[in-house]
Design a protein around this ligand. Structure first.
Ligand code: SF4
Ligand code: ZN
Ligand code: ZN
Length: 317
């Protein structure tokens, strides 16, 4: 993202009569802050988001879905810094160097936090790494990957006694995906577009504590406090669409400062409640227990168990 800014003085230091150069200028807040005050601002914003949306209490155990990228790594770090009981959970997708480097970064952060991350290896759990698995189902690598990840996050959270799963989605992710889903009138998606989804139907509560922070702010924070993360992008990612809408949102933001935030948070306040009343109709119907693994599933046999069966029979698409 790297928005350019002229070196300004930290406004908080300035109020105290000090002259300290800022490390970031946040155009949407008209705020320039030095390292110390930006870190303070960032952590306060995360804490406020958790409280505002009643995401979890300090006594609850939180499982953070870490991918090795800057957002989820920062989330795991900042939750611990704020005193929450947050543990990292990583799924090794087996995507060559990308997965290897991601795993290293997760382990590195675990060392810094003094916490061992939970690691699930897709090859061991399902029988093959993602580059092989994607040939056994119709759809893009990301859609297969997303479903496999969700299945394991839910399963592991329940097995380990975590009622809350946190992900590193940021304001850029949320506002641009809202735009994409509105343009396509994807009602099913809009009915679930909220920073906290309650624990229900055998699924843990899902929370997004970084929704008020942009990619640029998260990257700046991560670099300032020394959160290890990988810059590599997944070679299987079909991200052209995602990048298009992010770019579009950025264009609108450059045209009218603060739009990203307004667009998303006004949706939550004014429109989401309407969609939420239609949730039962819009979101998939009744769930049942998968006959093989017992996980909640819309069909008799869940997606992952079907995938395993196909793999054994070598039924590729
Ligand atoms: Fe999975 Fe797609 Fe992300 Fe790669 S880019 S890790 S395939 S969701
Ligand atoms: Zn300052
Ligand atoms: Zn199953």
């Amino acid at each position: 993202m790297g928005r350019k800014f002229k070196k300004k003085l930290c406004q908080i230091c300035k109020q105290k009569g000090l002259r300290k150069e800022s490390v970031i200028y946040m155009k949407e807040h008209r705020l320039a802050l030095c390292k110390e005050h930006f870190i303070e601002w960032f952590e306060k914003r995360v804490k406020e988001t958790i409280k505002e949306f009643k995401m979890f209490s300090p006594s609850e155990k939180v499982l953070v879905a870490v991918s090795g990228g800057k957002d989820s790594q920062t989330l795991w770090y900042v939750l611990n810094k704020l005193g929450y009981n947050a543990d990292g959970f990583f799924i090794n997708l087996g995507i060559g160097d990308y997965s290897e480097e991601s795993l290293q970064k997760v382990k590195e952060l675990g060392k810094i936090l003094g916490k061992e991350p939970y690691i699930v290896d897709l090859k061991e759990k399902v029988g093959a790494p993602l580059p092989v698995l994607k040939n056994f189902v119709l759809g893009t690598a990301c859609s297969v990957c997303g479903r496999i990840k969700r299945y394991h996050f839910n399963k592991i959270a329940r097995e380990l006694g975590y009622r809350v799963v946190a992900t590193g989605h940021n304001l850029d992710d949320e506002s641009s995906s809202l735009l994409a889903n509105l343009i396509n009138w994807n009602l099913k998606y809009l009915a679930r577009k909220y920073p906290v989804l309650p624990e229900e139907k055998g699924f843990p509560r899902k929370v997004k504590p970084l929704v008020k922070l942009t990619e640029e702010q998260i990257k700046t924070y991560a670099d300032l406090v020394g959160v290890p993360y990988t810059n590599r992008s997944c070679p299987l990612g079909d991200t052209a669409n995602l990048h298009f809408y992010k770019h579009l949102m950025e264009e609108i933001e450059n045209h009218a400062r603060g739009t990203k935030y307004r667009f998303y948070f006004e949706f939550l306040k004014k429109v989401f409640p309407i969609f939420n009343t239609l949730k039962e109709e819009l979101v998939e119907g009744e769930l049942q227990k998968c006959k093989i693994c017992g996980e909640p599933s819309p069909s008799e046999i869940c997606f992952v168990c079907r995938l395993k069966e196909r793999l054994q029979k070598k039924e590729t698409h």
